[in-house]
Design a protein around this ligand. Structure first.
Ligand SMILES: *Cc1c(COP(=O)(O)O)cnc(C)c1O
Length: 234
């Protein structure tokens, strides 16, 4: 008999998987094209272990100081770690040591820092260009603006220890996510003219995963629907 927390997570996970299956059915997509990344921020490493036991392979975190010890504590479980948060250049080398995919690459100086860290760790790190989906967002609030996307992508493509895989976006709060995800899909399509192998569109969270699947997302980043409302950060 599983402990109550494991049962809670298992039930939520089942519900989210059903939502994804339903969204794929509606969109005429194969659910195998969609990877669920469970966002474990604010939750303990024990929950990461529970998730692994429930068949989750992909987990996401948005702060290095929290992700780094959690990744170390769960080493050996074969998890793929996704770094999804705003990343300062001085944290890039640390992230490059454990992250398999960095979703939030939004400026050339961050590419330089990640490349340096990945080279030093003798690793290859998959990278997504985070595209700003909110035209009203002030610069520096996460996401490359349309005019910068190609430049950031080119920097990643040129970095020997980084692999350009696609794009990531966060729909603006309080607005219809569909037009925002359409902008992201368009950014991916236009990058594919130069990089035909790009295969990742990271979009969709607990509240808008259906719209993201409809827009073509390949990676959903889901936290609270699976683990509950955010625990206070310890
Ligand atoms: C926290 C977070 C998520 C998950 O959000 P939920 O609403 O809890 O599903 C997804 N993406 C990013 C970038 C996040 O920071």
């Amino acid at each position: 008999m599983a402990d109550p927390r494991t049962e809670e997570i298992a039930a939520n996970l089942q519900e989210v998987r059903e939502r994804i299956a339903g969204a794929c059915r509606d969109a005429g997509r194969d659910p195998d094209e969609v990877t669920l990344v469970v966002v474990t921020k604010t939750w303990p490493a024990d929950d990461v272990v529970r998730l692994a036991g429930l068949g989750v392979r992909d987990v996401g975190e948005n702060k290095d100081q929290e992700a780094s010890p959690k990744a170390a504590a769960t080493e050996g479980l074969g998890l793929t770690w996704h770094f999804i948060g705003q990343l300062q250049t001085n944290k890039a080398a640390s992230v490059a040591r454990y992250a398999d995919v960095v979703h939030s690459v939004d400026r050339v100086e961050l590419v330089t820092a990640l490349e340096k860290g990945a080279a030093k760790a003798d690793r290859t790190v998959d990278c997504l260009v985070q595209v700003s989906l909110d035209p009203d967002a002030p610069p520096g609030r996460g996401g490359a603006h349309a005019t910068e996307v190609a430049q950031v992508a080119a920097a990643i493509a040129d970095a020997p220890h980084l692999r350009l895989r696609g794009v990531m976006g966060v729909a603006p709060v309080g607005a219809d996510p569909a037009p925002a995800f359409a902008i992201l899909a368009e950014a991916l399509a236009s990058l594919r003219a130069t990089y035909p192998g790009l295969d990742v569109m990271s979009a969709g969270m607990s509240d808008d995963l259906e719209q993201a699947v409809a827009a073509g997302a390949t990676h959903l980043r889901v936290g609270s629907s699976i683990l509950g409302s955010r625990a206070p950060r310890g």
